[in-house]
Design a protein around this ligand. Structure first.
Ligand code: PHE
Length: 513
């Protein structure tokens, strides 16, 4: 081995498995099972709320939005606690335990709601348990998702050429978990009972926990707390800091439990904290950074804010798109009756097929010096998804009644998956590349926060698409409203895309540097 080769792998994990650090299969399997449980339950969520607890499409969408919003808000706190105190291994373990409890509780669904003299009567106790289950899942994802991703990064030294392919393998793994789960959990949940579906999601997460508990020794110390001594220090009342953090985690469950029941509050919290964080980052840029660092931070902040538009359209999957699939489309595929929840698998399928292709395209283009800059990719993503919704809305208008052509669903899922690959992986990489090292964790947290804003807005858009603004109190979507809203958000997204293109000359210089 030449000296150069030795240098490239400096800092990487020593033990390998099939050409990658041996920790990779552990992260792969843990995140595969975590996403198995998350997407499995998400596939059923809106249908369960509208069909079992008889919420209107509007109310169910708001609950969905608050849930997915909080899910992506908490990684900031989970990431911070892990950076400063716990280390990734302990944070992931704690998150996995909360997730097993949360998905386990989802299996309890009490009695179904029913109509009595025109009023819906719901099992309030069961609903409370349901919100607690969601709160456990929110906090669990908060401790697990960002941290397991960081572990993948930590397995490779700074110059390791295998890093990108490691992340691609990891991304394939989580999509594989989501794919299998939405097929099985969706089918079982819709056919045999919601609680059976949710239970399977829970069993999946249990496997995830077991894999990680068994496999953590194979991480060879790459996910340990930076300063384990701090954890043993007394925090208060004879309790050490490590235990105090876990108690804080339980506190986060309680707060999320409450927030889930006041969905508007979640929106306000997300909006306010989002802009406070942007303010802090910019302030840091102005006080502590050189000119070039500051300009880069400004570009990153711009990209962070605009990506919210993408997620608001993207996350219709678990909300209005699933209700549409259920109510409006002919789901007979070559004699096989597809379930509405299973339609969501198309995203994972397209990602698994397109991700390697896109990675290849970027490499090929960059060899010819033709790779588009990050802002151009973002703008393109918003154009693709926006145009996708406009065409989809038009296409739905072609068929009346409830047997619309399945191909339109395939089309919109294709568009949003392609748009995802222009934005999501690209965004994560630009955040790590262009932020000042000292605050990279905070900037990444803000990326997640605006993703959360977008997710929350997705619930809100879905509520309006259902006709909530016109007083629709049923689960049936009001198709005129749906088509109008899709066209409008599609145009808005394309407008933002054009705006990003126009801004590109100002942003590009920094992104190329
Ligand atoms: N499908 C991706 C996942 O579940 C979506 C996502 C990307 C979520 C980045 C969070 C961060 O991982």
């Amino acid at each position: 081995m030449s000296d150069k080769a030795v240098d490239l792998y400096a800092g990487s994990q020593k033990r390998n498995f099939m050409g990658h650090p041996i920790g990779l299969p552990i992260c792969f399997l843990t995140e595969m099972w975590e996403r198995f449980s998350y997407y499995g339950m998400r596939a059923l969520l809106i249908l369960y709320l509208t069909k079992y607890h008889l919420f209107s499409s509007g109310k169910a969408s708001m609950i969905y939005g608050a849930f997915v919003g909080l899910v992506y808000m908490l990684p900031i706190i989970g990431g911070y606690l892990s950076d400063r105190y716990l280390g990734n291994r302990k944070a992931v373990t704690f998150g996995a335990i909360l997730l097993v409890l949360g998905h386990g509780l989802m299996a309890y669904h009490g009695s179904a709601a029913y109509m009595e003299e025109g009023v819906v009567v719901r099992d309030e106790f069961a609903l409370n348990i349901f919100f607690l289950a969601l709160a456990l899942i929110i906090t669990g994802v908060g401790f697990l998702k960002a941290n397991i991703t960081t572990v993948v990064g930590a397995l490779y030294g700074p110059n390791d050429p295998r890093r990108d392919s490691g992340f691609t393998i990891f991304y394939m793994g989580l999509n594989l978990g989501a794919f299998i789960s939405m097929l099985i959990v969706g089918y079982v949940g819709e056919t045999y009972g919601w609680n059976y579906g949710f239970s399977i999601a829970g069993i999946g997460m249990f496997f995830g926990l077991l894999v990680f508990l068994w496999g953590q020794k194979l991480l060879d110390g790459h996910a340990e707390p930076r300063n384990p001594e701090i954890l043993k220090e007394i925090a208060f009342a004879g309790i050490n800091k490590e235990t105090a953090i876990y108690l804080g985690g339980i506190g986060m469950v309680m707060i999320s439990w409450m927030m889930m029941q006041y969905q508007e509050l979640v929106g306000m919290l997300l909006g306010v904290s989002g802009f406070v964080m942007i303010g802090i980052i910019l302030l840091y840029g102005f006080i502590k950074c050189t000119k070039i660092e500051r300009e880069r931070l400004m570009v990153v902040c711009f990209l962070i804010v605009v990506q919210a538009v993408f997620w608001a359209l993207f996350e219709q999957q678990g909300a209005s798109l699933t209700l549409l699939a259920d109510q409006q489309f002919d789901k007979n595929l070559f004699g096989w009756q597809v379930k509405a929840s299973q339609v969501q698998t198309m995203n994972t399928l397209f990602v698994v097929i397109l991700a390697p292709l896109m990675a290849w395209v970027w490499v090929a283009l960059s060899k010819r010096n033709m790779e588009p800059s990050t802002p151009v990719k973002f703008g393109t993503s918003l154009m693709i998804i926006g145009l996708g919704y406009i065409i989809f809305s038009w296409g739905m208008g072609l068929d009346d009644g409830n047997s619309k052509n399945f191909l339109w669903l395939a089309f919109i899922y294709f568009s949003l998956s392609l748009a995802e690959l222009f934005l999501s992986p690209v965004g994560l990489s630009i955040v790590t590349k262009m932020s000042v090292t000292k605050i990279v964790g905070m900037v990444m947290g803000t990326w997640f926060l605006f993703m959360a804003v977008g997710n929350y807005l997705a619930g809100w858009i879905s509520a309006i698409a259902g006709g909530a603004a016109h007083g629709n109190t049923t689960a049936e979507l009001d198709m005129t409203a749906t088509m109008d809203v899709y066209t409008m958000v599609g145009m808005f997204s394309m407008g933002v895309g054009v705006f990003i293109f126009l801004m590109t000359p100002f942003l590009k210089k920094e992104c190329m540097a």
